[in-house]
Design a binder for this molecule. Structure first.
Ligand SMILES: [Cu+2]
Length: 272
């Protein structure tokens, strides 16, 4: 009798933790994250209902068939093929169905191409830091050469300063994006596999040496969020983090202009 009460108690506490949502996901800041959240909730409701029914039944069976007499092992259940078939089939259907339902979200994050007018930002990860590069007002990334890469002289991208397209390139340690505008982050790694992860975007993408992996999103809520490396990449992995700062478009333009001016780059378009 005590066992069935315990089973029901554990069930109640477990469900309460999910219903109260004391420890829950941080707020979603883009359309795909909100889509993930509603899919996650659907999964939780379905599996939660099954969990509740199964636990209630378990407690009831324990209560109903309890015996103070020792029971011989051979006299146990004979099995029921029909029941086995039903619940195995139902579980398979739920798994496959939920996976199928989520494919559209997965595709919109990982398979669809970024919109052609998305702001392109280059990201380079290394043990144990992040760097981001903006093409500047000319919209063109300057040429880079691996042999020019030098953190000590402030050139983490190996920017070749003989290329005029690179004069207005902006290299910074935190990722700033304009709110409500599509951006595509071109992910690179200089050494080992790292992972770009922002909880509020519900996005996670590996950075693989030798590859350029584009990740596109449209963050619509201004704020400061953490970018954490989510791949164990060495001893300093825990400190490999930076920020994603979502700014109102005007504030983003102002930041870009002011930063370039502080570097001595004139950003006013030339009139002649
Ligand atoms: Cu890392």
């Amino acid at each position: 009798m005590l066992v069935s009460v315990l089973v029901w108690l554990v069930t109640a506490v477990t469900l309460a933790l999910f219903i109260v949502r004391r420890w829950w996901l941080p707020e979603a800041i883009n359309a795909q994250a909100r889509a993930w959240d509603s899919h996650f909730s659907l999964t939780m409701w379905i599996t939660g209902a099954v969990f509740l029914a199964a636990q209630l039944a378990l407690g009831w069976v324990v209560l109903r068939y309890r015996s103070s007499e020792p029971v011989a092992a051979e006299s146990g259940s004979q099995g029921n093929n029909r029941l086995e078939l039903i619940w195995t089939g139902a579980a398979a259907l739920v798994f496959v169905g939920l996976s199928a339902l989520s494919t559209a979200i997965w595709a919109s994050v990982h398979l669809d191409k970024a919109s052609p007018n998305a702001l392109r930002i280059e990201a380079v990860a290394k043990q144990f830091a992040w760097n981001f590069r903006y093409a500047g007002p000319d919209g063109k990334f300057g040429r880079t050469k691996p042999e020019l890469i030098s953190d000590s002289s402030g050139n983490p991208f190996g920017l070749d300063d003989t290329d005029p397209a690179g004069r207005d390139d902006l290299a910074v340690a935190a990722l700033r994006v304009p709110a409500g505008q599509p951006v595509v982050v071109l992910l690179h790694s200089r050494d080992v596999i790292h992972n770009f992860f922002v909880r509020e975007l519900r996005m996670k993408q590996d950075l693989v040496p030798g590859m350029e992996i584009p990740l596109h999103f449209t963050a619509d809520k201004p704020g400061t969020y953490e970018v954490a490396c989510s791949e164990l990449c060495g001893l300093g992995h825990h400190q490999m983090r930076t920020q994603l700062v979502v700014l109102e478009p005007a504030a983003f333009a102002q930041w870009q202009r002011e930063t370039l001016e502080s570097l001595g780059v004139v950003t006013q378009p030339e009139t002649r």
